[in-house]
Design a protein around this ligand. Structure first.
Ligand code: VG1
Ligand code: CO
Length: 543
């Protein structure tokens, strides 16, 4: 089989964002765009000849075509074996699981997560290292640098590999092993949670609904929730992955997971509802007419972790991204374990987990996970909740209310303003930053500014520094407002405003979050000149 060296010209826009390189499908389809990026990855990681790689994706449009290209470039770059999920499918946490279980050199995950799919939608690609986690910034920076200088890539001339059948195939000197995308992951889940207790719960009249949003978790949820745990058929809705996610937006929040929200807030609602995102790494947890804020979900899981067999010996520590509420910090303090604050994006948790400093990690954006893999993990969070519910025998709502009564409530909300002109969003951030020197000491209603900064993080393990991670305005009573621009979008800019206030009085804890945060929301608008600069006053999505 012949290896072709193809001359190419570099692109200057292949900079990975919060989670890999994300662009419109049409951009990835342009001549040599994908090929260049893949070669830039391989040049950067310099895997020894004969190494094994994992490849899979969330099944979105262009997934299959991209996998064929990646396999041919991998074969020409000296890889010995590639493990591919059947049909090209691997959820992000399942890819992480497979990379770790088979001790491979790393993996390539094809996903743009919650971004819409289809020919006019988004596509994405990211590299994960041998620990199963997203490549840290020093590697993604090096890949970007290489992509700007790349002049050629290597590829084998060969017919496409059949991906729909499990088994071993040859591609030049390389073996392509098409594996069951679900089994290894499902086995891992079974080793962590008390499946017998959950089975008993489900056979006792407890009802649940899981919305896979026509994205990658469908087959995983059916295998685990319906087959292994015995939930009735139909518990998993929208369970068939579709290349365009059924024209939906596989973002598990109250806006985009509306089908599930209608079920959980309707008559005869089930006891528990959950949804997952495009690539299966995020989760939304609902009770009967009740929404669990993701920051609270992390805290509840941390407080109840010992109820799950895989965590019975306790937690080494927890970590949360900076914009995530301090609810987990309160649990950590009570447990006497450390709590780390990192920038947004799962890649910042890897070092802490590898060093054994933290067991649980979470983000306010519906991402929760642990050191069982090195990605956030949607179904894992759902199973953790089911395990807790099975052991405690209370409703979701009661568990959260009790948690607030014990620890106090970090009232929290995130407001997203999607599709802003980039100039307006950048101008807003620059303006805010320019006010920072004069804000401390100023009063806004009942709030006094204590400090403002642009969050930066020094990794405690390798000392690497990440700057520009979000603008924080922190008030004397610990309340705060954070402003960040999204690093996962492909069009215009998305402004995220994160709002947090602490409520220790149980009599006031059940207040609606938007109401409780009303004054802070007004201050956020005033400080950022939101309306004047963006023409908007109402967020696109409220969490
Ligand atoms: C968003 C979330 C962030 C998450 C990232 C990737 O990033 O805020 O917490 O890690 O998506 O998640 P940003 O830069 O748009 O705020 V996923 O499920 O897209 O891999
Ligand atoms: Co995702």
């Amino acid at each position: 089989m012949s290896i072709r060296t193809v001359a190419t010209t570099p692109f200057n826009d292949q900079k990975p964002g919060t989670s890999g390189l994300r662009k419109k499908v049409t951009v990835f389809q342009s001549v040599n765009y994908l090929e260049n990026f893949v070669q830039a990855i391989f040049d950067t990681i310099a895997a020894p000849a004969g190494s094994t790689l994992v490849v899979g994706g969330d099944g979105r449009y262009y997934n299959r075509e991209a996998i064929q290209v990646i396999l041919k470039i991998a074969a020409a770059n000296g890889f010995g074996k590639v493990l591919v999920g059947q049909g090209g499918i691997l959820s992000t946490p399942a890819a992480s699981c497979v990379i770790r279980k088979y001790r491979t050199y790393g993996g390539i995950i094809l996903s743009a997560s919650h971004n819409p799919g289809g020919p006019d939608g988004d596509f994405g690609i990211k590299y994960n290292t041998a620990n199963g986690g997203p490549a840290p910034e020093k590697i993604t920076d090096a890949i970007f640098a290489r992509s700007k200088a790349l002049e050629k890539y290597r590829m084998v001339d060969a017919p496409d590999v059949a991906l729909d059948q499990q088994g071993s195939f040859s591609l030049g000197d390389m073996t392509v092993e098409v594996i069951d995308p679900v089994a290894d992951y499902a086995d891992l889940m079974e080793s962590l949670f008390d499946f017998a207790a959950i089975r008993t719960l489900l056979s006792g009249g407890f009802r649940l609904s899981f919305d896979a949003m026509h994205a990658v978790t469908g087959p995983y949820a059916k295998e685990i929730i319906e087959r292994r745990l015995g939930a009735p058929a139909g518990t998993v809705i929208n369970g068939v992955p579709l290349p365009d996610f059924g024209q939906g937006h596989p973002d598990p929040n109250l806006t985009y997971a509306h089908e599930l929200v209608e079920i959980m807030y309707g008559d005869h609602a089930p006891d528990f509802g959950a949804a997952s995102d495009g690539d299966g790494d995020r989760n939304m947890i609902l009770g009967n007419h009740f929404f669990v804020n993701p920051s609270d979900s992390l805290a509840v899981i941390a407080a109840n972790a010992k109820l799950a067999p895989g965590y019975a010996k306790g937690l080494a520590g927890v970590a949360r991204s900076m914009p995530t509420s301090g609810a987990a910090d309160r649990v950590a303090a009570k447990l006497g374990i450390p709590c780390y604050e990192t920038p947004t994006g799962w890649k910042f948790f890897g070092n802490l987990m590898d060093a054994g400093k933290v067991t649980l990690c979470g983000e306010e954006s519906f991402g929760t996970g642990s050191d069982h893999v090195r990605e956030k993990d949607g179904l894992w969070a759902v199973l953790f909740w089911l395990n807790i519910l099975a052991k405690r025998g209370q409703s979701v709502e009661d568990i959260v209310h009790q948690h607030w009564a014990e620890y106090g409530r970090n009232v929290y909300s995130r407001h997203d303003y999607e599709g802003l002109p980039a100039d307006a969003a950048n101008g807003l951030m620059a303006h805010l930053k320019s006010r920072f020197a004069s804000l401390p000491g100023q009063n806004f209603g009942r709030y006094t500014v204590r400090l403002c900064d642009d969050f930066s993080y020094t990794d405690p393990i390798d000392g690497s520094v990440s700057t520009g991670q979000g603008l924080r305005v922190i008030f004397e009573d610990g309340s705060r407002i954070v402003f960040r621009l999204s690093g996962t979008g492909t069009e215009g800019a998305t402004l995220r405003i994160y709002l947090e206030a602490f409520e220790s009085d149980p009599a006031k804890q059940r207040m609606d979050a938007q109401e409780a945060l009303g004054e802070l929301i007004g201050i956020a608008h005033e400080l950022s000149e939101l309306k004047a600069r963006t023409g908007r006053e109402q967020p696109t999505v409220i969490t």
